[in-house]
Design a protein around this ligand. Structure first.
Ligand code: HSE
Length: 424
């Protein structure tokens, strides 16, 4: 299966890295070849080892190349991405893209062209980076009636708001720091003014509620005006401030939607309140499922490439499937995995002992653990039950067999283990 890659920036490089090291991943990946790569400059040094004769600056020659079946568009922005996608569709290619802006604003003409040409346009990487959300909305959650989608879907602004909250610094200061660390772009407009989140919620709303969305109908507000004083007052009242993107059915009208992006006070015990830093999360409320939250890295080389390659895999599996055999639905495993014996598993343990309150008890515990090569992280005498002392220990990572051996040697007349729990 020959694939043409448009763009070899961060996500393109991550995509190539996955495809060039297929071992341990889905066996279908071995069938994918990056046959052509479109770049802006041929002289730029590249992190991935791909033959130089596959590179070109002539992107049009890739989208019209009759040997290619899938075009992966990773150049971003509106043009020339839009024209190249449309040209590729016209030439009968399937499309995989991470480009939220072009899909949110020109999805109408792109999907119309794709439906006419009988090709797929997949965009898992466009929203939430590596978090699977597009496919779940289309498939796994498809039998549900979606009531609301609430997302923290811009990592840059979530990082800035988290830092403002934790450090008490103001917006400009945190933005400058985020730019230095590479978390924010030199031109941060798309992120801090909410355009990026608006593109993404437009795509999610369309999938969740089964209709196209006019991008300009979405109410958008960024985070520039969010003040550290308000963040502090919000905290005193039990809230954190997040840039939320929300799409929900309007309860007061028949069939219309509310779709908006803006800084919002979120109760501290809400599942989205603890989503911090550059992470993203999408909370879907659905009938009859209830609440389900998708959480993880919303950007970055490997994470976004994971979503890109999963879309390539989807297309290949559809192209290869027949009535008896869909590669992603059938089970093709023939070997058994080797499972490590339980006594060799490594974990931390919590154990509570009830002991006679006499000299040397703790020493005895320590000696037994030491003999069994069990290293302790903490030993706490936490109290008494009747006239017995209650001692709790937490171990470092140890082999389960060694821990069990230690406990066996500890259990004596006046020392009994009363509970053992594993510690993550
Ligand atoms: N700029 C985006 C963010 C990542 O900050 O979340 C790409 O969608």
């Amino acid at each position: 299966m020959k694939v043409g890659l448009l763009g070899l920036g961060t996500v393109g490089t991550g995509t190539a890295e996955i495809l060039l090291s297929p071992s341990g991943r889905n066996p279908l990946l071995k069938e994918i070849e990056i046959a052509r790569i479109g770049v802006r400059s041929l002289s730029k040094p590249r992190e991935v080892a791909l033959p130089s004769d596959r590179f070109t600056t002539d992107l049009e020659s890739i989208v019209t190349d009759p040997n290619l079946e899938i075009i992966v568009e990773l150049i971003g922005g509106i043009e020339p991405a839009r024209s190249l996608i449309l040209q590729a569709i016209k030439a009968g290619k399937h499309i995989v893209t991470a480009n939220k802006a072009v899909m949110a604003r020109h999805g109408d003409e792109i999907y119309t062209a794709a439906n006419e040409a009988g090709v797929y346009v997949l965009l898992e990487a466009a929203v939430g980076g590596g978090i699977p959300i597009i496919q779940p909305l289309k498939q796994s959650l498809g039998v549900n009636k979606i009531e609301r989608v609430t997302g923290i879907i811009n990592g840059t602004t979530n990082y800035i708001l988290t830092q403002m909250q934790h450090e008490g610094s103001d917006f400009a200061e945190v933005l400058a720091e985020a730019q230095q660390l590479g978390y924010a772009e030199a031109d941060p407009t798309a992120d801090v003014e909410g355009y990026d989140a608006t593109d993404k919620i437009s795509i999610l709303a369309s999938l969740a509620f089964g209709g196209r969305i006019h991008y300009d109908d979405i109410q958008r507000e960024g985070i520039r005006q969010v003040n550290v004083t308000d963040i502090n007052y919000a905290r005193q009242l039990g809230f954190v401030v997040k840039l939320l993107a929300i799409a929900q059915r309007d309860e007061h009208t028949h069939g219309s939607l509310q779709v908006r992006v803006g800084p919002t006070l979120v109760p501290e015990d809400h599942p989205l309140a603890s989503v911090n830093g550059v992470n993203n999360a999408i909370l879907v409320e659905a009938d009859p499922l209830g609440q389900v939250m998708f959480y993880g890295p919303g950007a970055g080389k490997g994470a976004t490439a994971s979503a890109v390659v999963s879309d390539i895999l989807q297309i290949i599996s559809v192209l290869q499937s027949n009535a008896q055999n869909h590669p992603l639905l059938t089970c093709s495993h023939q070997n058994y995995c080797t499972i490590t014996p339980i006594e060799e598993l490594e974990t931390r343990f919590y154990a509570r002992f009830l002991c006679g309150d006499r000299p040397g008890v703790i020493g005895h515990l320590g000696t037994c653990f030491a003999h069994a090569k069990v290293s302790l992280e903490s030993v706490v005498q936490i109290g008494f039950q009747d006239n017995l002392a209650e001692v709790v220990v937490v171990t470092h990572d140890v082999q389960e067999g060694n821990f069990r051996q230690a406990v066996e040697s500890i259990n004596q007349e006046d020392i009994n283990v009363t509970s053992i729990l594993r510690v993550l």
